[in-house]
Structure formats: C-alpha cells, structure tokens
Design a protein around this ligand. Structure first.
Ligand SMILES: NC(=O)c1ccc[n+]([C@@H]2O[C@H](COP(=O)([O-])OP(=O)(O)OC[C@H]3O[C@@H](n4cnc5c(N)ncnc54)[C@H](O)[C@@H]3O)[C@@H](O)[C@H]2O)c1
Ligand SMILES: O=P(O)(O)OC[C@H](O)CO
Length: 361
C-alpha cells in the first residue's frame, strides 16, 4: 500500500530560536534546540546573572551543565528577539503576562511563540496560552509540556513531550509539526496535539498533586497513599480539562499521566520536595528558605482551586493542598477529611451514568 504521506514536503524547522527565560527549563530547552541544529539565543532576566553565564557557560539554576558556546546569552531582550523566527516563553506562570507583553512589543509580527511554562494565573484563572493570546493578540502560539526534568533533558537523556496548537478545521495545525521538528532530536521527542487546554491542565495540576504526594512522603507514608493521590488526582485533572473545553483523554498522555507520575514519584521535583519538607514538619517559610527555583504548585494550589470553584469542578485534593498552604488545615486533618468523604464511584462509572448509593447514616 502506498504511503499516504509520500510526496508531502517535510515540515521546515524554524532556524533562529529566542529562548525567553533563563531558569533551569529555559536553559535546558536552549541546549535541546542547539543540539537540534538551531541558532539559539537565551535571555536571562538578571543582567549580572546573564553576564556570569555568558562568561562561565554555567547557570546556577541548572548546575552541572556546560552551556555550549554557540548559544548567545544576554539580558537584552531586544537582542534576543531581533531576527528570531520563533520565541520560546519559559517564565514562571505568575510572571508570564508581564514578560509576554514586553516580548510582544519587540518581536516581529507573525513570529510564533511556544509557551513552555506550566501553571494557571492567579486572580484570572487563565491558562498560559490564554495569557499569551491576551497579551499577544493574533500571534500564532502553541504550548510545550510533559514529563521533563530540566537536568535530564539538558543531559540528553531520552525525553518525550507534547506540543499542542489550538485546533484548526483541517486537523492539527501544521505549526505543531514545524515546532516538533525544530525542537526534536534523537533524545528529545515531541508528540503533537490539538488540545492545548487538556495539555495545560495536566502541567498545572500535577504541580499541586506533587506537593500532596510530597507531604504524604514527608509524613512517613508509603506507596499506597501515593498511588491513591495519583489516580484520584488524575480524575481531578480530567474534570478540569473537560470543564475548560479540553479532552479527558489528553490527560492520559504525556502531559497528564506522564508528568503526574514523574513529579509525584521523584525527589528531583521541586514541588514534591517542597511538599516533603512540609510533611516532615517544616513551616512554609522554612521549606522555601534558600530556594531560588520556582515551586509552581505553591501559587497554583490557589489558582487551580479558585478556578475549579468558579467552574463548579470538584477537586478535593487540590483544595486540600490549598487549605494546608493557607495555614488552615493540618496534614492529619487533611488526610482524614479526604478519606472520609461520601462514597463515590470511579470516573468512568460516573461518566457512564452509574448511580452512587449513599451510605446509611
Ligand atoms: N525546571 C524544570 O525541570 C521544568 C520542566 C518543565 C517545565 N518547567 C516550567 O518552566 C517554567 C520556568 O521554570 P524554571 O524551572 O525554568 O525556573 P527556575 O526555578 O529554574 O528559575 C526561576 C526563573 O524565574 C525567573 N524570574 C524570577 N522572577 C521573575 C520575574 N519577576 N519576572 C520574570 N521572571 C522571573 C528567573 O529569572 C528564573 O529564570 C515554570 O513554569 C516551570 O513549571 C520547568
Ligand atoms: O521540579 P518540578 O516539580 O517543578 O517539575 C519539573 C517539571 O515540570 C517536570 O516535568
């Protein structure tokens, strides 16, 4: 049988990539793009840190890695964006709006942006692509998410992610394939999707659930509670994705189950280790002390829960993490509260319309 794709031109990669955000993930993605053969510039916000990284080829946010000399590093946003034909936005979720607005003023019209932040904005409840759509009206955009510790991606360990572009009438927008070939290498494999909402919900909610798993580990709990939090957390992701117009099935993929299992089961996760410190008895201040790296789940426990409340979506684990972080609930009371909720059925049974018998008394 003839290959239906025979004769189709392969998507062309973008040649010059501006990476806006010089934390661990921005630096790792700059290294991935350089490895893929792109001309790469990296924007580090703090001038002194940018100068030091340009000289030493090291970034304290991503210790243990040497940044290839071919990657230009500067704190001048105009220099990074000038002549770029793709910009990656790799900014902590609560700062993305301001940076996106600044990039919009300096980036040539029509140049696409790939959002690599994970989170939901506090106050507005906006997904990261909604923030970009608002601050960069009409600009083509996509989101990259999935199970990807910066350290391992920078080291060239096999990593798979999802790149999602808003749907078009004709299937997956060709921009997704162009972005995939721009970033893809034999060790970094993007899959494409037309469901940014589903992908983004996975990336935002897993941060909160990783804090919950960390808290359980810090309390000395073993594998049963962690598996329960992962599986029931997935149900919360599915409900939120659904309510935001995404697909439940998307959260079964890399950006949902993939990232959830990664961050909920590894001490490498900043969210998990923050939760573990709290579970071990540290105060929030003590658990955050000395950290320069972002703990997205801390702000996102609130933004996810507020969004869920507004949409009428039941997300008891995320709400519990928020209540603990707000200081109103002890971890013991939280666990008791989650385990003694009214009996319910698993999500597929509920989706099939199964009636749940209420316990007597
Ligand atoms: N680190 C990872 O392994 C990883 C992997 C995938 C996705 N992400 C996501 O990437 C995003 C960036 O995280 P990271 O790990 O690169 O950050 P990081 O914790 O390594 O570094 C913090 C970053 O925040 C920047 N920053 C601090 N204050 C700022 C402000 N007011 N305005 C703009 N920027 C400010 C700093 O310059 C620095 O680049 C997050 O949404 C994170 O969830 C991280
Ligand atoms: O270290 P964390 O918890 O911020 O997780 C990093 C990445 O999001 C993992 O995919």
């Amino acid at each position: 049988m003839a290959d239906e794709r025979a004769g189709e031109a392969a998507p062309l990669p973008f040649g010059t990539v501006a990476v806006v955000g010089g934390g661990a993930w921005g630096t790792a993605l700059a290294m991935v793009a350089e490895r893929a053969g792109r001309s790469v510039r990296l924007w580090i916000r703090e001038p002194e840190a940018a100068r030091a990284a340009a000289d030493s080829r090291r970034n304290p946010f991503l210790p243990g890695h040497v940044i290839p000399p071919a990657i230009a590093i500067t704190s001048r946003l105009d220099a990074v964006l000038h002549g770029a034909d793709l910009a990656l936005l790799v900014i902590p979720s609560q700062f993305l709006r301001r940076v996106a607005a600044e990039v919009e003023r300096q980036l040539a019209p029509g140049v696409p942006v790939l959002v690599c932040s994970k989170g939901i904005e506090a106050g507005t409840g906006a997904l990261m692509t909604a923030v970009v759509a608002a601050e960069m009206p009409g600009r083509p955009h996509a989101v990259l998410s999935g199970p990807s510790f910066a350290d391992e991606a920078a080291a060239g360990q096999p990593t798979a992610v999802t790149i999602a572009v808003p749907p078009t009438a004709g299937g997956i927008d060709p921009l997704a394939a162009r972005l995939a070939v721009t970033m893809g290498t034999a060790t970094f494999r993007p899959y494409v999707s037309d469901d940014p909402a589903g992908v983004e919900v996975g990336g935002a909610v897993k941060n909160v659930l990783a804090i919950a798993c960390g808290m359980a580990a810090g309390r000395g709990y073993g594998s049963n509670p962690r598996a329960a939090l992962i599986a029931r957390g997935l149900a919360e992701m599915q409900r939120l994705a659904d309510a935001l117009g995404g697909r439940r099935d998307t959260v079964s993929g890399l950006a949902g189950v993939g990232d959830l299992t990664l961050t909920c089961s590894s001490e490498q996760s900043r969210n998990f280790s923050f939760g573990k410190a709290l579970g071990g008895g540290l105060s929030i201040e003590a658990a955050l002390a000395g950290r320069t790296a972002v703990v997205e789940g801390w702000a996102n426990a609130r933004s996810v829960t507020e969004l869920a409340d507004r949409l009428g979506v039941d997300m008891p684990i995320c709400a519990t993490v928020k209540a603990i972080l707000d200081g109103g609930l002890s971890i013991e009371d939280a666990i008791h509260g989650l385990l003694t909720r009214p009996i319910t059925a698993e999500p597929w049974a509920l989706a099939a319309g199964v009636q749940v018998p209420h316990p007597a008394g």
